[in-house]
Design a protein around this ligand. Structure first.
Ligand SMILES: [Zn+2]
Ligand SMILES: [Zn+2]
Ligand SMILES: [Zn+2]
Length: 490
């Protein structure tokens, strides 16, 4: 009998993991290995650390307790990777999404240290889009909602890969599109400034006077559209002078806020000049959506009330995404030895980088497995970014894989609500408290103790046997979630 080569490979891989698992299962401390993997909740690539944390009594100098990775079954401590992105680690990104949901929700409905009265503050949910850089394939509808063919004459099915891509790539303004992404953060920053100005203007106050009466708080999240352009969803809220803890003045209404957002967005413009492109004025697209977020105590006269939970869920969903929705690659494209310059400095001048043969690219753009439109966005970033005199500060070669966008995916103003860091601290404190209880250790007083930690990064990932255990954890969690959903649907 001749074995199929693929089957043979698969059997070899499976047996390595199985062999490792059998090896682990034969250890006396197997239950601790299982418990460790269980606690990582299915993390894809946990971080392996070695080191120790010692707690001393500051008066007597006595060592009160010590935790060391050497005491762990395999001599190292596993920590969840904590990655925000669902493509990198589905489990950790779910934790991130849950935290984001909590902090957005707290800013809308109160809780987690934000007073409940915040729900009575005027707030709107704004979607800021990019302008058009040339006609793209789409699914237009008539005023009555009837689907009509695209400008190219075809009635594209939903989810068709051509949607969002230019009808005529030769005339599409790729430079404009890339420069828009690269300035999206600057456009947003300007919007927040203009918004404060508009609110002040509407009430006859100066910007400086406004601060004594009213604060404009926001939380925003970036989303990549199919056409490879970034747009923002933002919660904008009017508060009293100290932020979420103080009541906004009586004149602060959702109508005033809506008008202020609209006029501010229309006024925002960033002028970009470069030898290769001349002068460009970048603005937000005309498609500006401003929706009032329903007060939980309001009666539902609105047909489609936008609730706190719906907005928080929406923001949390996008917070775990990157540019993958556009079908781009998830890694930087510049050659790392020469940092994309193509040349390496030496004692006498510089020489061509041997890793990339002077191209500055880690891999040729032509070889990337991406759609033609995405490839052209990447190529445009690369070409503009290599022109040292024009757009050096935009770091377009570094961010080519992000189609020029180098901003943060989610940000919020300081006074919006709690922070992700605070939520993480709460969870970490809870976890270390659980560890303390498990180990049967007494509580320590942070005022009379000194904690010394010394940790070193070892590597990432599991052993093949641990990976099998992690897969079981994931399967169990997925099954629990499915049962819960079915229970809710029933
Ligand atoms: Zn993870
Ligand atoms: Zn079309
Ligand atoms: Zn190189």
């Amino acid at each position: 009998m001749t074995a199929h080569p693929d089957l043979l490979d698969l059997r070899a891989v499976a047996s390595t993991a199985a062999r490792d698992l059998i090896h682990l299962a034969n250890r006396d401390d197997f239950d601790r290995i299982e418990a460790t993997v269980e606690r990582l909740a299915g993390c894809t690539r946990p971080i392996q650390l070695v080191g120790s944390t010692s707690t001393f009594d500051t008066t007597s100098g006595e060592l009160l307790r010590q935790y060391s990775s050497a005491a762990e079954p395999l001599g190292r401590t596993l920590v969840a990777c904590g990655n925000r992105r669902s493509t990198r680690c589905p489990s950790c990104s779910r934790v991130y999404a849950a935290d984001t949901y909590q902090l957005i929700r707290a800013g809308l409905a109160g809780g987690k240290g934000t007073p409940d009265a915040v729900r009575t503050h005027p707030r709107v949910f704004v979607t800021l889009t990019a302008p058009s850089f040339g006609p793209v394939h789409n699914r237009p509808t008539t005023r009555t909602g009837k689907l009509v063919p695209c400008r190219c004459g075809v009635l594209h099915p939903a989810e068709h890969p051509a949607l969002g891509t230019p009808i005529d790539p030769a005339t599409y303004d790729y430079a404009g599109a890339v420069l828009f992404n690269a300035h999206a953060g600057a456009l947003w920053a300007r919007l927040t400034t203009y918004l404060r100005r508009e609110v002040a203007h509407a009430t006859g106050l100066s910007l400086k006077e406004l601060r004594d009466h009213c604060r404009v708080s926001f939380a925003k999240v970036a989303e990549f559209q199919k056409r490879g352009l970034v747009h923002f969803h933002a919660i904008v809220r009017l508060d009293g002078p100290e932020g979420s803890t103080t009541a906004p003045p009586a004149w602060a209404t959702t109508d005033l806020l809506t008008d202020a957002v609209r006029s501010a967005a229309a006024k925002v413009a960033v002028t970009v000049t470069g030898d290769s492109i001349g002068e460009r004025v970048l603005r937000w697209g005309a498609q500006l959506d401003v929706r009032v977020i329903r007060r939980p105590d309001a009666d539902d006269r609105d047909d489609t009330p936008l609730t706190d939970a719906a907005v928080a869920g929406y923001v949390a969903k996008y917070a775990t995404k990157s540019a993958e929705g556009t079908g781009t690659v998830d890694r930087p494209l510049y050659c790392s030895p020469c940092k994309g310059r193509g040349r390496i400095p030496t004692d006498d001048g510089d020489t061509e980088c041997r890793s990339c043969d002077g191209t500055g690219l880690a891999e040729p753009i032509a070889d990337l497995k991406v759609a033609a439109h995405v490839r052209q966005m990447i190529r445009t970033c690369w070409d503009l970014g290599r022109r040292v005199t024009d757009f050096a500060d935009l770091k377009l070669t570094k961010w080519a894989h992000m189609l020029g966008f180098r901003g943060h995916f989610s940000t919020k103003s300081r006074r919006y609500s709690t922070t992700l860091g605070t939520l993480r601290d709460v969870r970490r404190t809870w976890q270390s408290e659980q560890a303390r209880i498990r180990a049967g250790l007494p509580l320590v007083d942070p005022d009379t103790t000194l904690v010394i930690s010394d940790w070193r990064f070892l590597t990432t990932g599991y052993t093949p046997g641990e990976e099998l255990l992690a897969q079981t954890v994931r399967d169990n969690r997925a099954a629990t979630l499915r049962l819960k959903r079915e229970g809710e649907a029933a």
